[in-house]
Write a protein that binds this ligand. Structure first.
Ligand code: NAD
Length: 285
């Protein structure tokens, strides 16, 4: 069994982004800029935004966080996004989800300029992903593809079972795998007999948010396991959706939690923002 080390690859990608940022600054005098919109006091959202900000600082991006109270109005968020859309110093806009119930999240995500949509959540970019055209791809599934590629794991023709079908994880994961010529099954809360599907898979990619959902009897020998889940166990430790201790001996490769997909998500946010900055730099010339 070999560990798919997301932490190590993320570090490599960060170094590469740092060099590219220095080059961009030297050639164009432009610094990539990321604006983050954070609503409310949710500790997990605050922690994620903090990690993203620190990563931006490390690679030399300009970043700004717009912190807003939980009872913020739709108009106030929309006004901020419109301002960020027009701000030439901002290349990427990220709206930390979830937003409070009074907010129409779809309307907010649709307002982000698709050229600054570094999270890849705008329906324009979703459409480009599904039709296998270049655009911005959601960071978590993009990070998974990078991680598989780093270990020379070619998904072409492989049976891939994606467990979890959200717009930010499961669906874009399935689209990327399909674009890479995998045979893809997508399972979710209403899937009957999950084990029947996972047992058939060469690669299982699970992003659900249920501790120990994937157990050893659900995995065939030699399978590759990508654990996208992030959960807080009773003892306070971060764990994924896979029973790592019992499943890992059966696998050929597996991602740890933490240190697998999580760091790759941040690395892909950096590389998406750099991509946006380069495209915007071309427009400014
Ligand atoms: P979500 O709640 O939006 O979606 C969960 C999905 O899992 C749904 O499609 C649901 O049908 C499915 N599901 C729920 N229970 C199930 C079950 N028992 N069996 C099969 N399917 C089931 O969640 P999300 O935002 O997609 O996040 C999923 C997990 O991924 C969470 O643990 C989250 O913390 C994690 N996550 C990790 C990263 C990262 O960087 N590693 C990024 C985003 C989300």
């Amino acid at each position: 069994m070999q560990i798919l080390d997301g932490k190590a690859l993320a570090k490599k990608i960060e170094e590469n982004v740092t060099n590219e940022v220095a080059k961009l600054k030297a050639e164009t005098d432009l610094t990539p800029g990321l604006a983050v919109i954070l609503v409310g006091q949710d500790p997990a959202s605050q922690a994620y935004v903090n990690m993203k900000k620190k990563a931006c600082d490390r690679v030399g991006f300009y970043s700004v966080t717009h912190e807003m109270p939980q009872d913020i109005s739709q108009d106030a968020i929309e006004n901020t996004i419109t301002m960020m859309n027009q701000n030439p110093n901002i290349d990427g806009i990220l709206v930390q989800l979830p937003l409070p119930p009074q907010i129409d999240t779809t309307k907010i995500l649709e307002l982000v300029d698709p050229a600054k949509d570094v999270d890849g959540f705008h329906p324009y970019n979703v459409g480009r992903l599904v039709t296998n055209l270049d655009g911005f791809v959601p960071c978590t599934p993009l990070g998974v593809m990078e991680l598989l590629s780093e270990y020379n794991i070619d998904v072409k023709g492989k049976n891939c079972c994606v467990v979890g079908a959200s717009n930010i994880v499961g669906k874009p994961m399935a689209a990327l795998l399909l674009n890479a010529d995998a045979t893809v099954e997508v399972c979710h809360i209403f899937t009957d007999d999950l084990k029947k599907h996972t047992l058939n898979a060469d690669i299982i990619l699970v992003g659900v948010g249920v501790i120990n959902l994937i157990k050893e009897d659900m995995v065939k020998d030699g399978a590759i396991i990508v654990d996208i889940g992030i959960n807080r166990a009773d003892n306070g430790k971060l764990v994924g959706d896979v029973d790592f201790a019992n499943v890992s001996p059966k696998c050929s490769y597996i991602t740890p939690v933490p240190g697998g997909v999580g760091p790759m998500t941040i690395a892909m946010l950096l590389s998406n923002t750099l991509k946006a900055a380069k495209l915007n730099a071309q427009k400014k010339r």
